[in-house]
Design a protein around this ligand. Structure first.
Ligand SMILES: Cc1cc2nc3c(=O)[nH]c(=O)nc-3n(C[C@H](O)[C@H](O)[C@H](O)COP(=O)(O)O)c2cc1C
Length: 400
């Protein structure tokens, strides 16, 4: 509780002191690191996905690649990591220790098996160790546990239902959440099948299969693992729009509670996730880039926003954007919108002119004096000029 707002949330019957959780990934793969994160204020952690003791986890290095924005912040990140090298026996020990030292923090364990007995023994052992919740990875982009090699379990609706049913049958009281992939034709079909299996919630969604780039000097894609590469899982800011759509689509068609992951970096990203129906937020790339300390900005930023907007509880924001998402045929029509330029702010770079001339409606004039003028008759308000203008607030749209 901070001033007049309460940041705590309930998800699948579990109480979190705030909505921010470490996603299953390197920031949750070492006991000491998770303890540090808990001390700094994270409400919980999904320990990196574990497996039975006999499972080999053949990691390779380097495993990360990216492209930077101009300010050196990551636009996205690709990884070829696999699940944790720490097997379930070690994770059982960690859960016991974490729950003893931090009884109010939420410890979620993430599992991946290849046979019914493995899925069921993992959930039983981790529930007995004191996990607060089980997350099942049906979506590791490098995984091969689906019905076809290279296919993710979460891409097969029937297989997803079957495996989720095994896990639910083995769990006594612990909530079971399935981490799904957005890389499917119809996410609502998967959600529906998982609901039929009786799962308690969905984690939407995992990294996105990708080929992050190719070094054109030697034609080896990134990351270059001594001359070879493979497909990566894409995470970070670039995938936020895909995650938002995935969460929104599930929330519009299925009432399973959703934990949101994929591209959230700031408190305002979290608000966007809530607005499409997520109950809490898991983060990985932002933590890997900026450290656990971002939790201070996340909680204070969210609390300030809630005070300003008059929200007392996080749950008041759930789904607020959903009524404003309609089919294209239901969008308002019959209005006129045009671009407006603030001459005081314009630096005369000409970028709006070029975009409008070659990719818009030839509605911007650019004189030899580098003065920009908009022809409102020709301008249709497509918004392209507002996207390329480098000066904040210089180019805007107006309904006329
Ligand atoms: C290096 C790395 C390793 C990951 N390992 C796992 C994993 O073991 N299990 C899992 O379910 N997700 C794993 N993820 C996915 C993250 O948990 C998270 O869902 C994803 O990165 C999207 O969130 P983000 O954009 O905040 O990073 C991993 C991600 C990264 C970057």
């Amino acid at each position: 509780m901070r001033n007049s707002v309460d940041l705590s949330v309930d998800y699948c019957g579990v109480h979190f002191e705030n909505p921010f959780i470490l996603a299953a990934a390197p920031p949750s793969d070492e006991l000491e690191m998770v303890k540090t994160a808990f001390r700094m204020g994270w409400a919980g952690a999904v320990l990196k996905t574990t497996s039975v003791e006999s499972e080999e986890v053949p990691l390779v290095y380097p495993m990360m690649s990216s492209t930077h924005l101009e300010d050196k912040n990551l636009a996205w990140m690709g990884n070829i990591d696999l699940i944790s090298e720490h097997h379930v026996d070690e994770i059982e020990r960690r859960v016991r220790e974490l729950k003893k030292e931090f009884p109010n923090k939420i410890v979620i364990t993430s599992i991946m098996g290849s046979r019914k007995e493995e899925w069921q023994s993992l959930v039983q052992r981790l529930e007995a160790a004191g996990s607060d919740m089980i997350e099942c990875s049906f979506s590791c982009p490098q995984g091969t546990l689906g019905s076809k090699p290279g296919m993710m379990l979460g891409q097969n609706p029937e297989a997803s239902k079957e495996v989720a049913g095994w896990v639910k049958a083995a769990a006594k009281k612990i909530p079971v959440v399935i981490k799904i992939t957005p890389q499917v034709a119809d996410i609502t079909e998967i959600a529906q099948k998982l609901k039929e299996a009786g799962v308690d919630g969905l984690c939407a969604s995992n990294t996105i299969p990708s080929l992050v780039g190719i070094d054109i000097e030697n034609f080896v894609p990134y990351p270059n693992v001594n001359g070879k590469s493979t497909y990566s899982g894409l995470s970070g800011p670039a995938i936020k729009p895909i995650t938002l759509r995935t969460i929104a689509e599930i929330a519009r068609h299925c009432d399973l509670p959703i934990t949101g992951t994929g591209g959230a970096t700031t408190w305002s990203d979290a608000v966007e996730f809530f607005a499409v129906g997520a109950r809490n937020i898991q983060m990985c790339t932002a933590v890997m880039q900026y450290g656990y300390r971002i939790i201070d900005d996340l909680t204070s930023g969210l609390a300030n926003y809630m005070e300003r907007k008059g929200f007392k509880r996080v749950s008041e924001m759930y789904g607020l954007a959903l009524p404003n998402i309609v089919g294209h045929d239901k969008l308002p029509r019959g209005h006129k919108v045009v671009s407006r330029l603030d001459q005081e702010l314009c630096v005369g770079c000409g970028r709006c002119y070029l975009s409008c001339r070659d990719g818009g409606h030839m509605a911007i004039r650019f004189g030899e004096d580098r003065k920009v003028a908009i022809d409102e008759e020709k301008c249709l308000g497509c918004a392209m000029c507002t996207l390329v203008c480098p000066v904040e607030g210089c180019m805007s749209l107006a309904y006329v």
